[in-house]
Design a protein around this ligand. Structure first.
Ligand code: FUC
Length: 823
């Protein structure tokens, strides 16, 4: 071969290779599959905050499982147990006498609700569409597009290509399915509504089909949520008829189905709405708009949230379906899959939690069971709060509204529970609530005897202020936080060993302790309570200053804070989970609640509290990595705060391990839903927040750029993360180092930066001691007591550079790395 021919062949070869790899690369963010869903955790979720839908995509019989956020069993009620009042002091005495098993038994008997354990969230039912002759198909494809919030299905039967496009319209409040074919007159189907509820009424009404029902009775509470589903279609060509609850379309060129669902629910104490009126109103409004208008409005609305933040970790180099990508993740380190997971976490929050609606429950808004696991309620000893961890930092602050409303509502029902159960003012929330905002203690005492829900939810109100600086908001929620603080002030007591002020009875969520030989969780003065209450009281003190109100109460809390149990570092160098040194180094319990002060509490910091930082790290190393879905997600956040990006990444790898519908291990289902198992959405949200924490942290007085970047993410860019103090932050990095940072200051003020490499930019100066901005979130942390035997395994912290950037509201600041080439 001559030299020229060789060169030509080489050119052709490299052209073919690069074209092939270009074809394999894409920057679409979607979940896609080459088979219909066989099981629910393969179906693809849609939602508009009120309606939830799981699309299976089966050619012959499409199944779209449907939810409406207010269909819950039971009816307005609260469930505090009045017997608690006289028994709490007895239980406390038993605990102080070391009789934990007896104390726990008495709490189960006399404190847990005697009426009900909360009501389950229930499905509406299913839309089933049968297409005659579509059992044999080829060229199958389905996806969920994370940029449009639409699913699509495509396949061929006898040479005709059929397409379905489905979305739950944010703007028109109905589910819409468009059915098309590549040849005319090919759309023929029957559609019916079905439901797992008893005694539903299925009927035809003009060109509609309807399904009416009422939510289930449960644990003595009569089901009173009335619901209706109403379906009709617009067709081009062919015929449309509705008879006996079956909607039939024959030989149409195209059909658009509209599904409207509504209930009689107005709020947690009022269910006098008219479900039928509402379904009709949603439907008639939706029918006035053309398909393309509605789709456009839906996408515009969706993108107004989605586009506020994005993560780029490189193109998608995989040709595999999404489930395969998860299956292969541990080998491939498929960074684009992590970026997809980040986007999906934000997608799920946008779809499950919209202003004016219900907060995301244990399954967000998606549930096909009459009795889902843990009733798909709101568990407040971690799960509900974790659902909202991505809200502020990933730029979705508006989506907090349902959580804030729930907090206000449980502060109302919790006032009754505080009085009835503890004889106290203020309000209490135990480890669970539901749509009726029950606040009594439920289940058995090992999980139910936990009462710090009010402190944790108050923290979310305060965080909103830290991110926005919105004092009007702070003023409006101050009474909620104050009354949460007041409750603890009144029920806490001095314990006999050290005379510390403690919450008792309580527990470190669901973990048994050596004081009871592993038989009981009940205890007093547990670390998590101390952290939560310290946080809450400090929030009140700070709010009182900011709002110039309530100085006496703030001063009182200042004194009380000094009486509280301090952090303790135990004999193997661990952060003590309990007041006594009971921690077992072999304990791998899924809850790691005593590290709340590390994340999200921010009380433990590498720079300000190095001993606690080391002790928290020791505790976490012993707890191990693989666990339930949400536990791994929390550990991603923990390792990020421990500044160990590679370990945080290891946890992402554990979380992104495929669970094909078995109930054995935590991980990720084919549709990227988190597997507790079973499906629990908190893991999706916690891990999304954890990814953000790896890239940027804002607490302890600084915005830390790339604090826990794992080695494998060499180059990338994250846009639109929000830092406390209202600084919208975009970070681009290359070779694992900051390249460029763009900061938009929403409210002005000194923006303080911590970086692993030196930076330069107009207005950037070396940091001074100016940390006066209250939005810096520098919690007060008491000095720990350290066991004499404890060996602290300290890690050397990397050198960092600290800067001040004086910002003006609304202005954008560009900062660059000094060390990267080209600067
Ligand atoms: C808590 C956890 C469980 C589960 C449940 C919903 O009780 O301990 O793992 O997440 O909530």
């Amino acid at each position: 071969m001559t030299y020229k021919i060789k060169r030509f062949c080489l050119f052709i070869f490299s052209f073919i290779c690069s074209t092939a790899s270009l074809l394999a690369q894409s920057n679409d963010y979607k979940l896609w599959y080459n088979k219909p869903a066989q099981v629910w955790t393969e179906a693809l979720p849609l939602g508009n905050g009120r309606l939830g839908a799981m699309v299976f995509g089966n050619p012959a019989t499409e199944q779209i499982q449907l939810n409406e956020a207010t269909i819950w069993a039971g009816s307005p009620n609260n469930n505090p147990n009045p017997e608690a009042l006289t028994n709490i002091p007895k239980i406390r005495e038993l605990i102080f006498a070391g009789k934990y098993v007896d104390a726990q038994a008495l709490a189960t008997q006399k404190v847990m609700s005697a009426t009900n354990q909360g009501m389950p969230y229930q499905p509406f039912g299913d839309l089933r569409i049968s297409f005659p002759g579509h059992t044999r198909y080829n060229d199958y494809y389905r996806d969920l597009n994370l940029d449009s919030a639409c699913t699509s299905v495509r396949y061929k039967v006898d040479g005709v290509t059929y397409r379905r496009e489905t979305f739950t319209s944010f703007t028109d409040q109905v589910l819409i399915i468009r059915l098309t074919a590549s040849k005319k007159a090919k759309i023929t189907f029957n559609a019916v509504l079905t439901s797992p509820h008893q005694d539903v009424l299925i009927a035809s009404d003009g060109n509609c089909i309807t399904l009416d029902g009422v939510s289930a009775n449960h644990e003595g509470q009569k089901g009173k949520v009335k619901f209706q589903g109403r379906v009709t279609a617009k067709t081009q060509g062919g015929t449309l008829t509705s008879k006996d609850g079956v909607l039939t379309v024959e030989n149409a060129n195209e059909a658009i189905l509209y599904v409207s669902i509504a209930t009689n629910f107005n709020n947690y104490k009022d269910i006098t709405g008219d479900a039928q009126e509402r379904t009709k109103a949603y439907l008639s409004k939706a029918l006035q708009h053309s398909y393309s208008e509605t789709k456009k409005a839906h996408i515009t609305y969706f993108k107004s949230f989605m586009d506020k933040s994005s993560l780029d970790l490189g193109l998608n180099l995989s040709k595999e379906t999404t489930d395969k990508r998860v299956e292969n993740f541990a080998q491939t380190n498929d960074a684009n899959l992590v970026a997809t997971y980040y986007k999906y976490g934000r997608y799920l929050l946008i779809c499950a939690s919209q202003p004016g609606g219900q907060p995301a429950n244990l399954q967000g808004i998606w549930n096909d069971k009459m009795l889902p696991s843990w009733d798909s309620k709101y568990t407040t000893n971690i799960n509900l709060e974790m659902n909202y961890w991505p809200a502020e930092v990933t730029n979705l602050t508006e989506l907090n509204e349902p959580l804030f409303k729930l907090t206000k509502e449980v502060s109302e029902t919790g006032t009754e529970s505080a009085k009835v159960m503890y004889g106290a003012d203020g309000w209490v929330l135990h480890h669970n609530t539901d749509i009726w905002r029950v606040t009594g203690s439920i289940d058995k005492s090992p999980s139910g005897m936990w009462l710090a829900g009010g402190a944790w939810l108050s923290r979310h109100l305060w965080e909103h202020f830290l991110y926005t600086g919105d004092t009007t908001f702070l003023r409006s929620v101050y009474p909620i936080m104050k009354n949460a603080a007041l409750f603890f002030d009144q029920v806490m007591v001095k314990e006999p060993t050290n005379n510390w002020l403690v919450l008792c009875p309580s527990s470190s969520p669901e973990n048994t302790h050596a004081g009871s030989e592993g038989k009981a969780t009940i205890a007093g003065g547990v670390t998590m309570d101390n952290e939560l209450i310290t946080s809450l009281w400090n929030i009140i003190i700070a709010s009182s200053k900011t709002l110039n109100t309530d100085a006496d109460f703030a001063n009182h809390l200042q004194v009380r804070l000094k009486e509280m149990a301090p952090f303790q570092i135990g004999k193997w160098g661990q952060l003590q989970e309990w007041m006594y040194d009971w921690d077992d180094p072999a304990d791998i319990h899924r809850h790691v609640s005593h590290l709340w002060g590390l994340f999200p509490g921010g009380q433990i910091s590498p720079y300000r509290t190095p001993e606690l930082f080391d002790a928290a790290r020791t505790s976490l190393i012993h707890r191990g990595d693989p666990s339930t879905g949400w536990s791994m997600a929390w550990k991603v956040c923990y390792w990020a705060r421990l500044l160990d990006g590679d370990h945080a990444y290891k946890l992402i790898t554990d979380q992104l391990s495929l669970v094909r519908n078995e109930l054995k291990k935590g991980g990720t289902y084919p549709n990227l839903f988190d597997a507790h198992p079973p499906f629990q959405i908190d893991g999706n949200f916690g891990c999304t927040a954890g990814i953000a924490e790896m890239l940027m942290q804002s607490y302890d007085g600084f915005i830390y750029l790339l604090p826990a970047l794992p080695g494998v993410w060499k180059n990338g860019e994250v846009k639109g993360l929000v830092a406390r103090g209202g600084f919208e932050t975009t970070i681009k990095w290359s070779n694992n180092q900051v390249e460029k940072v763009v900061i938009t200051s929403r409210i002005g003020g000194n923006c303080r930066l911590r970086s692993l490499t030196p930076l330069t930019g107009t207005g950037l100066t070396e940091a001074t001691g100016d940390n006066s901005n209250p939005l810096y979130d520098i919690p007060t942390t008491s000095k720990p007591i350290i066991n004499e035997k404890a060996k602290l395994n300290s890690v050397e912290l990397k050198k960092t550079y600290l800067y001040d950037l004086k910002t003006e509201k609304g202005k954008v600041y560009e900062i660059k790395s000094l060390t990267l080439k080209g600067n």
